[in-house]
Unconditional design. Structure first.
Length: 81
């Protein structure tokens, strides 16, 4: 499981880096090649979608951890009673 999580983290990091590179490419263009620009926009769209999905999964993982911590706190309170 650790390898799978690491790969997903690397994918997100790689996606964000590539999105940054695409943004820089557009900024550096004096005249944008329409065909190349279209390819970049399509790639960016796919990267954004994949990144959103991964961020949602991360959010869900954090929520699960929070719930587990809340349950742990309740168990501790019962033991104290």
């Amino acid at each position: 499981m650790a390898k799978n999580t690491e790969k997903k983290e690397q994918d997100l990091t790689r996606n964000l880096k590539r999105l940054s590179e695409i943004g820089e490419w557009f900024e550096d263009q004096k005249e944008v090649d329409i065909e190349e620009g279209l390819k970049m926009v399509k790639e960016a769209s796919l990267l954004i979608k994949a990144s959103r999905e991964r961020l949602k999964a991360v959010e869900n993982e954090f929520e699960e951890i929070r719930k587990e911590m809340d349950l742990g706190d309740e168990d501790d309170e019962k033991k104290e009673e």
